[in-house]
Design a protein. Structure first.
Length: 328
């Protein structure tokens, strides 16, 4: 570190601030230090730094199922946000939502010396008897309705309200909904908001259909809806299921959007290139991740666990898959 400081013409304290990604260093100075580090091949001694600071600059991440688009995007966004803050991420994917599985994941991560743990969509935390091991800062992504831990999520209710209201404003008398799995926080919040929005508008509330986030489950629901008279608008709880609904409707001879409007949720990259392009709700996973990492670092640095719940507003993206209902 002394060699780096001498080459960069700064103090050892300034080198330390750059190594620890502190903000109180001018950018020109930071670049001189980084250049000197590269020339000299300097690598921080993380073990020694941990002994001094009590921090390992590593976050643990537990995801309950990576097959979901939202979970996968959250993992990616949290990893990148942590890296920007100078932290690495160790992740464990847990398929079984049991108390034993959660405790085993915590044990594995704490043995890897993490400073805090992010949990993504952990329905198991609804279990009253479950208590997470003490002493490790925790932040939830999409979950923990009991508010025992800080939580950050997209405002799922707002997103569902935006899409349902959009379809009603186009003139549809009601909106059918293909919901996600019943044990999903996001799916429940979207379905509840869809139902509440219809009731507020004085519209009929059709029977709820359930899928599993897959296009295949949307296709199955779409085939059922295609046989029902009077279905002019369908809101699927994610874009994959909306794709399945759209195919089923087209196969049954329904035009989109002339006969039936179809909307999704998530705004997959491919959604803009469907035929027709899909109306959907865009989630800002990067902002969600930044808030998660910020809450986590705040806990690590202060030792205090905030009882915070933060929601990030989504954006309605209107494309050509929705339009006015057919004339009688």
């Amino acid at each position: 570190m002394a060699d780096v400081a001498a080459m960069a013409g700064v103090s050892s304290q300034t080198v330390s601030r750059v190594v620890n990604n502190r903000s109180n260093v001018e950018e020109e100075t930071r670049q001189r230090v980084l250049s000197a580090m590269r020339v000299l091949g300097y690598r921080p001694n993380t073990a020694a730094r941990a002994l001094v600071t009590g921090q390992f600059r590593t976050l643990g991440l537990i995801s309950f199922g990576l097959s979901s688009f939202g979970n996968a995007r959250t993992v990616d966004a949290v990893t990148r946000a942590a890296q920007r803050a100078g932290y690495t991420v160790n992740m464990i994917a847990v398929e079984s939502q049991t108390e034993q599985a959660v405790h085993e994941a915590f044990d594995q991560l704490t043995l890897q010396a993490v400073d805090g743990i992010v949990l993504i969509e952990a329905q198991i935390l609804d279990t009253p008897s479950l208590r997470l091991p003490p002493g490790v800062p925790v932040v939830m992504a999409d979950g923990d309705v009991s508010h025992r831990h800080p939580m950050v999520d997209t405002d799922q209710a707002l997103g569902a309200r935006l899409i349902t209201r959009h379809l009603l404003d186009l003139g549809h008398e009601s909106v059918w909904h293909v919901a996600g799995p019943e044990d999903s926080y996001a799916a429940r919040r979207r379905a509840e908001s869809w139902h509440a929005t219809l009731k507020e508008a004085g519209a009929a509330t059709p029977q709820l259909l359930f899928g599993d986030w897959s296009a295949a489950s949307g296709y199955k629901a779409g085939r059922e809806l295609a046989r029902r008279p009077g279905v002019t608008a369908v809101f699927a709880a994610n874009d994959q299921m909306a794709l399945g609904v759209m195919r089923a409707m087209i196969e049954a001879g329904h035009r989109v959007p002339e006969d039936v409007s179809i909307a999704g949720f998530d705004d997959l990259d491919e959604s803009a290139y469907l035929s027709p392009p899909l109306t959907t709700v865009r989630q800002d996973f990067d902002v969600v991740a930044e808030k998660i990492v910020s809450l986590m670092i705040g806990q690590i640095e202060t030792g205090a666990a905030p009882s915070a719940t933060a929601f990030v507003a989504p954006e309605l993206v209107v494309r050509q898959s929705t339009g006015a209902p057919p004339r009688p």
